[in-house]
Design a protein. Structure first.
Length: 179
């Protein structure tokens, strides 16, 4: 399991059962990035629901989502009043938590909010936040290989061979740190 920024053929409606939000709702999303201890219990539950809907249900990946790293992370989410789960989400880990570099993972856009540019906006915001809290530190990701070109367009470069994780091809990629 890793990042999911575009629809999966096995996907369906968003986890809340609601339809697709219109462009104005997506544009008016409230973005919030906070450390774990600043998440409310409600926010944490909704983040876990979104991650399970995308990674476990849509992508059919049986993996340990609660991996003990959430407590060391900053959590970036786009919230909307019409959908319980965040429209988009990413987890930022400090250098040394998973890799020597900082890392961004668990990147997702919920089914109802896809094809509206939120995947790119999520990554741009995540990289900007990483540059503020860890200036000059490179960022490593474990990208689904089908998304290599997307991540390359954001400045990531391939940093290793492809490998299988949860039955999906992945590629490690690195973004040079920004000061």
């Amino acid at each position: 399991m890793s990042d999911s920024l575009s629809p999966d053929s096995r996907g369906g409606d968003d986890a809340s059962g609601r339809g697709r939000p219109d462009a104005a709702v997506v544009a008016a999303a409230t973005w919030r990035v906070v450390p774990f201890d600043s998440l409310s219990l409600h926010e944490l539950q909704c983040i876990y629901m979104a991650r399970q809907a995308v990674f476990v249900v849509e992508q059919r990946c049986a993996f340990r989502d609660a991996d003990g790293l959430d407590e060391r992370a900053h959590h970036l989410a786009a919230w909307s009043p019409i959908q319980r789960e965040p429209l988009a989400y990413a987890r930022l880990l400090e250098p040394g938590a998973k890799f020597a570099e900082a890392s961004i993972g668990r990147v997702l856009t919920t089914t109802a909010a896809r094809r509206r540019g939120l995947g790119r906006e999520t990554m741009v915001r995540a990289l900007a936040h990483a540059a503020v809290i860890w200036p000059g530190v490179a960022v490593r990701i474990c990208a689904q290989s089908r998304l290599e070109a997307f991540y390359a367009s954001l400045g990531f470069v391939v940093a290793g061979p492809r490998y299988l994780e949860d039955g999906i091809d992945h590629t490690e990629m690195v973004h040079a740190g920004v000061r």
